[in-house]
Ligand binder design. Structure first.
Ligand SMILES: Cc1ncc(C[n+]2csc(CCOP(=O)(O)OP(=O)(O)O)c2C)c(N)n1
Ligand SMILES: [Mg+2]
Length: 340
């Protein structure tokens, strides 16, 4: 019967006679809707018992449906998109709870970004890094570092290790490194010893698109806090594309970040995976043809294509004294290293 099955919302009361309480509950629960229900009776104890059996967003005894701004009130089944009143109502439209609930690590915060940042700023204003770990302890935890100058590739290109070795030679000891250079991470850690606290950042999840904006945020914080440590982002040519717009922010804010892009024209680490998984011929792993210099200049950065270690070192030193970001595109050997 449409009047029973549809949500009329009009000035219509659909009345259905049933044999007893159980039949009433069964009829109510058969509805595809479930915004709320009302029980009218002198027997409040019975009403409470019935209420437990009704599947609706709320049950009101001897009263019409009402809501309270202090709590989210709403329906079940096909009723109640979002919740009435309270700030939770609007958020159900964006599935915010569903997005934050599965956070694989750490805690998710569901909050207004502006209010949250204001709150965090107040909390952090007195924050000074506390150096609690002795250098010797840190040094013991680090991967073994290469000694000597890395060997050339033999194919005419620089190796990633040669590039990182050169950068390490010219960087100040307190330089902050953000990293997203998947297949070259091992070489980077061999050549670039992280000895100072809070000088190495990388996405714990492995998600691409994190390190470039992170470098921008860190450089901004360094300037605002007066610490002014130099910032370098080492980011693969593939990863560079993921949040390349952050170059614009860096240029607009006149941040002297050095961004080094080891260019191998490929998603190299995924080729390593393909070998490891014995799945030859995976498509889409070559990414030739990006003009990284033009892209960077287009966003307002200084940029150069360099394949010579002396020129790279000179450009790196200059980068940290500029009032804009510098992007260095450095072709490196496309050799695919073993995954493990
Ligand atoms: C958002 C996101 N998309 C895709 C991936 C899968 N992924 C992991 S590494 C990688 C390739 C990175 O290429 P590049 O930055 O050029 O580094 P290379 O492996 O060549 O050193 C991709 C696509 C990911 N981790 N995150
Ligand atoms: Mg690459």
């Amino acid at each position: 019967m449409p009047a029973f099955d549809d949500e009329t919302f009009g000035p219509v009361a659909a009345i259905t006679r049933v044999q007893d309480v159980d039949a009433a509950v069964a009829a109510a629960n058969a509805s595809q809707f479930g915004l709320s229900s009302n029980i009218w009776t002198r027997d409040v104890a019975l009403a409470r018992k019935i209420a437990r059996d009704l599947y609706t967003g709320g049950v009101f005894i001897n009263g019409v449906t009402a809501s309270d701004p202090r709590v989210p009130v709403g329906g079940v089944k096909n009723s109640g998109y979002g919740r009435e009143l309270s700030h939770f109502g609007a958020r159900t439209f964006v599935n915010a709870q569903a997005e934050t609930a599965p956070a694989p690590i750490g805690d998710s915060l569901l909050a207004d970004p502006v209010l949250s940042l204001e709150g965090f700023r107040a909390l952090l204003s007195d924050h000074r890094p506390k150096i609690t770990i002795a250098y010797e302890t840190v040094a013991r935890r680090m991967a073994p570092h290469a000694s000597g100058v890395p060997k050339p590739s033999g194919d005419g290109f620089l190796t990633a290790a040669q590039l990182f070795h050169a950068l390490n030679e010219v960087r100040p000891p307190n330089a902050i490194l953000t990293e997203e250079s998947s297949s070259n991470r091992r070489d980077l850690h061999k050549e670039w010893k992280v000895t100072e606290p809070e000088t190495f950042y990388s996405a714990a999840s492995g998600i691409l698109g994190w390190s470039l904006p992170a470098a921008v945020g860190i450089a901004l914080a360094e300037r605002d806090s007066g610490r002014n440590r130099p910032v370098i982002a080492v980011i693969g040519d593939g990863s560079f594309q993921y949040s390349v717009q952050s170059l614009w922010t860096a240029a607009q804010l006149r941040l002297p970040i050095l961004i080094v892009v080891p260019r191998n024209d490929e998603y190299c680490i995924l080729k390593s995976f393909a070998i490891f998984e014995e799945t030859p011929g995976v498509p889409g792993l070559d990414i030739p043809g990006f003009d990284i210099v033009s892209i960077a200049k287009g966003y307002g950065c200084d940029a150069a294509h360099l394949d010579d270690l002396a020129a790279i070192k000179k450009a790196a030193i200059e980068a940290w004294s500029k009032s804009k970001p510098t992007v260095l595109e450095v072709p490196i050997s496309p050799q695919v290293p073993p995954l493990l």
